[in-house]
Write a protein that binds this ligand. Structure first.
Ligand SMILES: Cc1cc2nc3c(=O)[nH]c(=O)nc-3n(C[C@H](O)[C@H](O)[C@H](O)COP(=O)(O)O)c2cc1C
Length: 320
């Protein structure tokens, strides 16, 4: 599929996930077969007012390309300036977050608050569109009620303003992540606009991805939570969509991905930060493994990469 001028090699996309889809995780996702990766959301204020921490979110490598970087904010002028900074950082696609429903984001009238304020959403989209020449996507929810009217309204606004694709996570803002996503909203948005629509919500296994494509007619699927501890799900989805089979994932494959994730993280974050980060991350990869609780308990005590790699070696001996 094509998002504006950017060709995407397939239909499998990594969702933006704050605190998760950093550079090392995006590289791992690509290695597992993902066709397009989204960064975690980046504050437009942080970029424009040159927060060093925020600027670090823009670091990227050629391996992960094409890369979509998501920004959030509600001030059209600042969003336009931030978009320019993102474009000059080498991103291939820019995305506007119109779906986040976390309190702090809503307080700043950003994220899914933009679905409540379509006039301002339009200003923000138009400002970003004017500021950059790379393709532009937006990510939306159902809106503030279940009808989907706000999603349809914003989708039309976006299409008319020159947005190149729309990702739809069909839960209401109040729902957060509760309940199930209503895929009929993805189908309705797809029928409403001519630009590509990316379906998102509750893809837990490869068959869900195929079902979403079949049921909604969406152009591509985006996976969030299920990938956090299982990037090899991308391998299974790609294989199912392209060859009709779901390959078995062996523990040794997961263990190798864990090693690569640690190695990539050290390159980009250094040893100390990687050791800290891995405490919350590696345990998610080994749900149901023999020896997983031993691994998790010990992981929190470790302060060097050598110790982490040794612990992974021990885990490998237990599962084989
Ligand atoms: C930990 C976490 C962080 C998230 N961060 C973002 C974000 O930065 N930007 C965004 O648009 N959505 C974010 N989301 C929402 C996801 O992108 C996705 O829309 C949602 O999880 C539904 O997809 P899933 O069922 O595949 O997880 C986040 C979700 C989670 C669980």
């Amino acid at each position: 599929m094509q998002i504006g001028s950017v060709k995407i090699s397939g239909k499998v996309i990594l969702a933006p996930l704050a605190g998760i889809t950093n550079l090392p995780f995006r590289i791992i996702s690509k290695k597992c077969g993902c066709d397009l990766v989204y960064s975690e959301m980046v504050s437009s204020n942080g970029l424009v007012y040159k927060s060093e921490k925020t600027e670090n979110y823009l670091k990227n490598t050629s391996f992960e390309k094409p890369l979509a970087v998501q920004i959030f904010g509600s001030d059209s002028e600042i969003m336009g300036k931030a978009a320019k900074i993102v474009e000059s950082s080498g991103a291939d696609i820019i995305d506007i977050n119109c779906g986040c429903s976390v309190k702090k984001i809503l307080k700043s009238q950003s994220g899914s608050y933009l679905m409540k304020t379509p006039d301002n959403a339009q200003k923000v989209i138009e400002s970003v569109r004017k500021s950059v020449s790379i393709p532009l996507t937006i990510k939306i929810r159902t809106g503030w009620d279940r009808s989907g009217e706000q999603a349809f309204n914003l989708a039309k606004i976006a299409e008319n303003a020159g947005v190149d694709a729309i990702a739809v996570h069909p839960r209401t803002a109040q729902q957060g992540f509760k309940g199930v996503s209503d895929w009929s909203i993805i189908k309705a948005v797809k029928e409403l606009v001519k630009i590509p629509v990316i379906g998102n919500g509750d893809i837990k296994e490869a068959s869900d991805a195929k079902k979403m494509l079949d049921d909604t007619g969406c152009d591509a699927i985006m996976v969030g939570r299920a990938i956090m501890g299982n990037p090899l799900l991308f391998t299974q989805i790609k294989s199912l969509l392209e060859m009709g089979v779901v390959p078995e994932i062996k523990p040794s494959m997961i263990i190798n991905i864990m090693r690569e994730f640690v190695e990539e993280s050290v390159i980009h974050f250094g040893e100390e930060k990687t050791c800290f980060m891995m405490r919350g991350r590696l345990g998610k990869f080994i749900k149901g493994f023999k020896g997983s609780s031993y691994f998790r308990q010990n992981l929190t005590q470790l302060s060097s990469i050598k110790e982490i790699m040794d612990l992974i070696d021990q885990l490998e001996l237990r599962v084989n």
